[in-house]
Ligand binder design. Sequence first.
Ligand SMILES: [Cu+2]
Length: 133
Amino acid sequence: MKTFLKIASILTLGLFFVACNDDASSSKGFTKSGKAGSLTVIYSSAKPLVVGDNTIDISITEGGKAVSGAKVELKVSMPEMPGMPYMEEVKTMTASGDTYNGNVNFSMGGTWQVKIFIEKDGKKYKYSSSVIL
Ligand SMILES: [Cu+2]
């Protein structure tokens, strides 16, 4: 009977962990947002950000309306550190419907500065943010 109880409690624990893991894997990835002048910028990734390649989706709205036809650039950088030079990567995003998408590579863990440059109707906007990997 003792053995049965042990097995039963291990199974219960197992189910508990499975449930937790399931919860973690269905997490929504990454999303951050803020303002660039009159624009609202949301950048996100379907998966949590990782060291290496990430697919970033950017959506831009003004007064609640999607901004399409803008030129959007994503720049990630990390300041110089002891024994390591300044690093940066700049990517031009590709418009796809109402969003702008592209891949960005974070070459190492740590804090990365994120800047999104938007050019729309001859006006320039800049959104500044950061992420920690
Ligand atoms: Cu670094």
